[in-house]
Design a protein around this ligand. Structure first.
Ligand code: F6P
Length: 366
C-alpha cells in the first residue's frame, strides 16, 4: 500500500478465455485513473504474467481506440492459475503452487490493488489471493453468462449476436435444400448462449444442458414440422447438452487448464442421429471461437465501460474483495466470495424458456 495509505498504483489483468469487451473494460479502468490520481499497470497474459512478473504501464494513449477492438491488448491465458501451475518434469505434467510468486511480484511492483477481469475461474483465484493479503477487485466477463452474482456478463451479447446471425444465414440454405441444420454453440455447462441465440435466430429446437433431451422428441418435432409443410429445421445445441441418461461429449482433457475438460462434438452426434432416424438430409455447423472473437456489440461496449469505470472507483474507495455486477439497471458491487458460490444456470421456468415454448420451439423434452 502506498505510504500515505492511498491507492496509487493499480494492476489490471484479463484472465481465462477472451471475449468481446475486454478492451472496453481496460479502457474504462485506465482512462479515469488519472482523475483518481492513479497509475495503471497492465499485467500481461492473465495470472501467468502475475506469476512471472510481466507488466507494462498503461497510459491514456495505450487505451485510445481500443473500445471496439475484440480480444485483449493485455493477452490472456486459461492455464495460468497460480494455485494450479503446470510444470513439465521428466515428460510429465506436475501441478505446483506458485501463489507466493504472485505475492512477491505484487510487493515488488508496489501495487496497491489489482483489477482482475475474468470468469468463474478468475474470481476463484481472486478470492484466494485476497486471503493472502492482495487487494483484488473483480470484473465479470464470459460469453457463457454463467456467473450468478450479475444479471449479465459482458461478452454474452456479442456471442449471442454471432449465433443469431449464423442462424439467419443457415435458415435460408436449410430452407432451399430442405435440410436439417444443427448449430453447435459454446456455453460450457450453461445453456444461455443456445437459449438466447436460438430465440433470436428462430431455431426450431434448442438443446441445453439444463434440460436433458429425448431423441424421440427431437425427431418428432422435425416430423411435425414436415407435416405442416416445413421441410427444413434448425437445431441449436449447446456444447454441454446431453440426452436423458447420456454423457457429455468432449474433445479431451488438458490438466494444464483451469477446467481440464474441453467440451465439443455434440452437434455432430445430434446431426448424425437426426439424419439416420428421420431420413432428412442433415448438416452441422460448429460456431466455436467465432463466438469469442471480433468486435463487441454496442450493449457489451456500454456494459464493459460501466464495469471498468465502476471497478476503478471501487479501488479508489478501497472496496476490495468486491466484484462489480449488473443488477437490474444498476452497476453494484458484490463480495467476490458470494459471487463464486453459485453458478447461474437456465431454470425451467426462465421467461426465455417459457417464451420459446410459447412460440413452438422444442427443448426436446415433450
Ligand atoms: O468459457 C468460455 C468458453 O468459450 C466456453 O464457452 C468454451 O467451452 C471454452 O471457453 C472453450 O475454451 P478454449 O478456448 O480453451 O477451447
Amino acid at each position: 500500500m502506498a505510504k500515505n495509505n492511498e491507492v496509487r498504483k493499480i494492476g489490471v489483468l484479463t484472465g481465462g478465455g477472451d471475449c468481446p469487451g475486454l478492451n472496453a473494460v481496460i479502457r474504462g479502468v485506465t482512462k479515469p485513473a488519472q482523475d483518481h490520481g492513479m497509475t495503471v499497470f497492465g499485467i500481461l497474459d492473465g495470472f501467468e504474467g502475475f506469476v512471472e512478473g510481466k507488466t507494462s504501464e498503461l497510459r491514456d494513449e495505450d487505451v485510445s481506440g481500443i473500445l471496439s477492438r475484440g480480444g485483449t491488448i493485455l493477452g490472456s491465458s486459461n492455464k495460468g492459475d497460480p494455485f494450479h501451475w503446470p510444470v513439465e518434469k521428466n515428460g510429465k505434467i506436475e501441478i505446483v503452487d506458485k501463489s507466493q510468486n504472485v505475492l512477491r511480484n505484487y510487493k515488488a511492483l508496489d501495487l496497491d490493488a489489482v483489477i482482475a477481469i475474468g470468469g468463474d475461474g478468475t474470481m476463484h483465484i481472486c478470492n484466494k489471493l485476497m486471503e493472502m493479503g492482495i487487494n483484488m477487485v473483480g470484473v465479470p466477463k464470459t460469453i457463457d453468462n454463467d456467473l450468478d452474482a450479475t444479471d449479465v456478463t459482458f461478452g454474452h451479447d456479442s456471442a449471442v449476436y454471432v449465433v443469431s446471425m449464423a442462424l439467419d444465414r443457415l435458415h435460408t440454405t436449410a430452407s432451399s435444400h430442405h435440410r436439417v441444420i444443427v448449430v453447435e454453440v459454446m456455453g460450457r455447462y450453461a445453456g444461455w448462449i443456445a437459449l438466447h441465440g436460438g430465440l433470436s435466430g428462430g431455431a426450431d429446437v434448442i438443446l441445453i444442458p439444463e434440460i436433458p433431451f429425448s431423441w424421440e422428441s427431437v425427431y418428432d418435432k422435425i416430423h411435425k414440422r414436415e407435416l405442416k409443410g416445413k421441410r427444413f429445421s434448425l437445431v441449436c445445441v449447446a456444447e454441454g447438452a446431453k440426452p436423458i441418461g447420456g454423457q457429455l461429449v468432449t474433445q479431451g482433457t488438458d490438466v494444464k487448464r483451469t477446467d481440464p475438460i474441453q467440451l465439443g462434438g455434440i452437434g455432430k452426434v445430434v446431426a448424425d442421429n437426426i439424419e439416420k432416424n428421420t431420413g432428412r438430409e442433415t448438416r452441422v455447423t460448429v460456431l466455436g471461437h467465432l463466438q469469442r472473437g471480433g468486435s463487441p456489440t454496442p450493449y457489451d461496449r456500454i456494459l464493459a465501460t460501466k464495469f471498468g469505470a465502476f471497478a476503478i472507483s471501487l479501488a479508489a474507495r478501497k472496496k476490495f474483495g468486491k466484484m462489480v455486477a449488473l443488477k437490474g439497471n444498476e452497476i453494484v458491487d458484490v463480495d467476490i466470495a458470494d459471487a463464486i458460490s453459485k453458478q447461474k444456470l437456465v431454470q425451467p421456468n426462465n421467461q426465455g424458456v417459457l417464451a420459446a415454448r410459447a412460440v413452438g420451439i422444442s427443448f426436446g423434452d415433450e
